[in-house]
Design a protein around this ligand. Structure first.
Ligand SMILES: Nc1nc2c(ncn2[C@@H]2O[C@H](COP(=O)(O)OP(=O)(O)OP(=O)(O)O)[C@@H](O)[C@H]2O)c(=O)[nH]1
Ligand SMILES: [Mg+2]
Length: 555
């Protein structure tokens, strides 16, 4: 039956060739074709199964690697906790021992200790051993001015080195930055010393441990800074809007590991930083300055659209779960955030974590729906605005895009955020924008740049007004083999000058040092990537700055 059916067309094709031959001649090749078909299907099935198996294995390996990393981190934390407890116990033991020895001494000398000021009179002497001594030793104030450039370490430095010798360079940098506070003092004469001392006392009193941001007022006249011809040698003098001088909005890129944060920045800068990262994983905070001229060139705003801000400072953060600290530090200094979501995966663990941080801070953000080029059948339109790129796609691609977009919008809604595709969003104060992009072919990048500047200047003019107060966040403290001690900072407000004194509060206590040089990467280059830096006499906000300092620590 089947042979007759399948033989039909062949018989037709061979019409004129004779009826008898038709049956014999057509049945054989048909069976062969069927057999081949089955074989082909079987091979395809096998291939699919093999691929599925490979994917399963890769997924299992990835999960196992993540689990390993998590376990290692937990073990590290447990070890650190154990060490802390051991030291604490050791300190207590020493204190007990000292108390015992004091008691012993008192007994031998026959001294009575007075505990209140209104004592009963008589020959009562306060014992010389003072409980403040160990405290002072623990937090010595080191004035690097009086030290040679790479001079000797304070005594407790050795202890710090010992404490940190087991940590990775990344962990080390992070822990320093965690406890580092940066303040700036312009040289003002005799009161300087008093101020330094009172800073020290204050730090001691407060037992500074975690603040990484501080604002110190310095005496600079903003208007004269702006008017002076070419005085601000890092950037132009900021954008003047009415009687305001605007600084660059600081934009922090957040999202789950591998969502494409660094690649997105690479696409903006035309660099390939992501390729140079160990394992393709970002492990430090980076900062890149994007000048307004470049934004205009890439985004090509329509006539009548006015860009008021002088550029953007973009901060890249790691997405791996172990770097929660860095993400929250990045967020703490940003004006507007970009939450990158892989369109193929939707919201993931660290995306949700970032959203929660943003909600806590009531921060403005834009959602980037990245990797649109991975939609099946996507036709690449390099660097095109997303609306145009979507118009170019087939019906199937558009449907898949709509479906995935709706999924993400729903997930965001579940997390408490109203969102809409940016070109449909007419209530941007209440509804957050979604900008689809491809960090590989560049679709949507012009839109992202434009939305970042427009949304910033529309909603935070006050915040973006330049003020004469130095506000800095320390990203990392390093010992560079060519430059010596360097402090990577994000200058959020104010102006830093060569020769300014900087107070860096570390675990050892406050350290005063002098800015020997101010370096910034060239525009569109990453601060954390070693390269050719620009040298400045002064740097105006907002910038990622490498401060070359007199000896603070020999790391
Ligand atoms: N197809 C496609 N691949 C992308 C895109 N963006 C990033 N990728 C790839 O996704 C991988 C991860 O990209 P990264 O930029 O390192 O991701 P990340 O979010 O910075 O990752 P972490 O810094 O580790 O959190 C890399 O292999 C990129 O090439 C995109 O738009 N399309
Ligand atoms: Mg990255």
């Amino acid at each position: 039956m089947s042979s007759r059916k399948t033989a039909g067309p062949r018989g037709g094709a061979a019409a004129g060739g004779g009826g008898g031959k038709k049956k014999v001649g057509s049945g054989g090749p048909c069976r062969v074709t069927l057999g081949k078909l089955r074989e082909g299907i079987a091979r395809q099935k096998e291939e699919e199964e093999r691929r599925a198996e490979e994917e399963r294995r890769a997924e299992a390996e990835r999960v196992a690697a993540e689990e390993r990393a998590r376990r290692e981190e937990e073990e590290g934390k447990a070890r650190a906790e154990e060490e802390r407890k051991r030291r604490e116990e050791e300190r207590r033991r020493k204190r007990r021992e000292e108390a015992r020895q004091r008691e012993e001494l008192r007994r031998r000398l026959g001294i009575t200790v007075v505990t209140g000021a209104a004592g009963g009179g008589g020959d009562q002497r306060r014992p010389v051993y003072d409980s403040r001594k160990p405290k002072l030793q623990a937090k010595p104030h080191v004035d690097a001015q009086s030290e040679p450039d790479r001079g000797e370490l304070p005594s407790s430095k050795l202890q710090l080195e010992e404490e940190q010798s087991n940590e990775s360079p990344v962990g080390y940098a992070a822990s320093i930055a965690d406890v580092a506070e940066l303040g700036v003092e312009r040289k003002t004469g005799s009161s300087e010393e008093d101020r330094t001392i009172s800073d020290e006392e204050e730090a001691e009193d407060k037992h500074v441990t975690s603040a990484s941001k501080v604002a110190n007022s310095i005496d600079i006249d903003v208007a004269s800074e702006v008017e002076e011809n070419g005085i601000l040698d890092s950037q132009d003098a900021g954008a003047i809007e009415g009687d305001r001088v605007l600084r660059e909005p600081i934009c922090c890129i957040l999202g789950h590991v591998d969502a494409g944060k660094t690649k997105l920045l690479d696409c903006i800068r035309h660099t390939n930083v992501q390729k140079g990262e160990a394992g393709g994983i970002t492990q430090q905070i980076g900062a890149t300055y994007v000048p307004v001229e470049y934004i205009k060139e890439r985004a090509k705003p329509r006539e009548g659209v006015i860009i008021k801000v002088p550029g953007l400072l973009v901060i890249d953060t790691p997405g791996h779960e172990s770097f929660h600290n860095m993400r929250s530090r990045g967020l703490s200094l940003c004006d507007i955030a970009v939450v990158v979501v892989d369109i193929m995966h939707g919201l993931e663990k660290q995306t949700v974590e970032s959203l929660a941080l943003l909600k806590d801070r009531n921060a403005r953000f834009i959602v980037v729906l990245n990797k649109v080029d991975r939609l099946s059948g996507w036709k690449s339109c390099p660097d095109a605005p997303m609306k145009k790129a979507l118009e170019n796609q087939s019906g199937d691609v558009k449907r898949e895009f709509e479906w995935r977009l709706t999924k993400v919008v729903t997930q965001l809604k579940e997390n408490g955020f109203n969102t809409a595709l940016y070109y449909h969003n007419h209530k941007f104060r209440k509804v957050f924008d979604i900008v689809p992009t491809s960090a590989i072919s560049g679709e949507g990048i012009p839109d992202l740049l434009l939305m970042l500047v427009l949304r910033s200047q529309a909603s935070m003019m006050e915040k973006l007004t330049f003020v004469n107060t130095v506000e800095c966040t320390v990203l990392e403290v390093n010992d560079d083999k060519d430059l010596g001690n360097t402090i990577d900072v994000v200058l959020i407000n104010g102006v830093l000058h060569k020769g300014d004194q900087v107070n860096v509060c570390t675990k050892q206590g406050p350290v005063t040092t002098t800015i020997r040089d101010l370096l910034t990467p060239h525009p569109l280059k990453e601060l954390r990537v070693k390269g050719i830096y620009k040298h400045h006499k002064k740097v105006r906000t907002a910038q990622g700055v490498k401060i070359v300092a007199r000896a603070i620590l020999s790391l």
